[in-house]
Design a protein around this ligand. Structure first.
Ligand SMILES: Nc1nc2c(ncn2[C@@H]2O[C@H](COP(=O)(O)OP(=O)(O)OP(=O)(O)O)[C@@H](O)[C@H]2O)c(=O)[nH]1
Length: 304
């Protein structure tokens, strides 16, 4: 398919992979210039696969933010890995993100083995967080990381400073195959509003409770209803594994959940572009992380 200047139209799927906390969601956000994927200083924040669709005159990039690849310890961990590996297998371009500030280690090697085995036409090594690494550290990390797999190119970025984010998009677009526009031009993300609402609530929980609430919390957005006056009423459930965790999420006098609700609501109002009433309920579901059905119901794993 060519445009009026006879430039071939290119399109394809770009998988961002890397170990947990490598900076995948932050790079995706920077590419979009707005907040879509959630980020936090806690590893394994990304549980759902987020897609951002970036349209230019000659190309359409579908960027997929995968859960951080890691050696799984429980059923949720396995599902997350399977989801990431499935995206890797289907991608036209793979961007392997390595944190410039953390010595290359076993975790990176493990991810790299999967990158090496992927069929993608173009594999790019992306060194992230350049703003907080010194030049020597960057160059040492680059040479260590480039040994991990066979890469077509390498790039140093800082997603928070916007350094080389455009270069990333240009490089990746230049290596997409010729293809159609997969998604309508006006559409940027293919996660549902319910997915995004759940992710925003989770983000706030992680921000405020990260010591107390490691990974045993799940959020399900049950319903988004729109009233005649245009506001949205949203019901969401926070799943925890133990009674004690329910108390932590609620906080003294319900203050914690109130704070989480207020902050999440602000992001959701921006996302939906209307006033939002958000009702959060906390439910104890023992061992939900070991229950594959519950994980799938929450939408964290592969589609059935
Ligand atoms: N200084 C700096 N911090 C960054 C940069 N990119 C990411 N971070 C921080 O690194 C942490 C992890 O970033 P995320 O984007 O959530 O990492 P991720 O790879 O998506 O993590 P998972 O979802 O666990 O796989 C967050 O605290 C980010 O703010 C960067 O370019 N510079």
């Amino acid at each position: 398919m060519n445009d009026k200047n006879n430039v071939p139209f290119t399109s394809g799927f770009v998988a961002l992979v890397g170990r947990p906390n490598a900076g995948k969601s932050t790079l995706l956000n920077a590419c979009m210039g707005e907040k879509i994927a959630i980020t936090s200083p806690v590893a394994q924040t990304t549980r759902r696969r987020m897609r951002a669709v970036i349209n230019t005159d000659h190309s359409q990039l579908v960027i997929i933010d995968t859960p951080g690849l890691h050696k799984p310890k429980d059923a949720l961990g396995s599902e997350l890995n399977n989801a990431a590996l499935a995206e890797l297998a289907d991608a036209d371009v793979v961007a392997f993100l390595v944190d410039a500030t953390k010595p290359v280690g076993r975790g990176d090697e493990w991810v790299a083995r999967h990158v090496e085995g992927a069929d993608a036409d173009y594999k790019l090594l992306v060194l992230t967080k350049a703003d907080i690494a010194g030049p020597e550290q960057v160059s040492a990390q680059l040479s260590a990381a480039s040994e991990l797999a066979t890469f077509d190119d390498e790039l140093v970025v800082s997603a928070t400073e916007g350094f080389n984010v455009d270069a990333f998009l240009e490089l990746v677009s230049a290596h997409l195959p010729e293809g159609p526009r997969w998604f309508p031009e006006g559409m940027d993300v293919d996660a549902t509003p319910e997915d995004l609402v759940a992710e925003f609530v989770r983000e706030k929980l992680f921000l405020h409770l990260r010591q107390e609430l490691p990974h045993s919390v799940g959020v399900l957005c049950d319903e988004i209803g729109y009233a005649d006056d245009g506001h949205a009423s949203i019901e969401a459930t926070i799943l925890v594994e133990r009674d004690g965790q329910k108390g932590i999420v609620l906080g003294r006098g319900g203050l914690m959940i109130k704070r989480v609700g207020i902050e999440a609501r602000r992001d959701i109002e921006r996302l939906l572009g209307c006033k939002v009433y958000l009702n959060l309920t906390v439910r104890v579901a023992p061992q939900w992380r070991r229950d594959e059905r519950e994980i799938r119901r929450l939408g964290y794993g592969l589609e059935e």
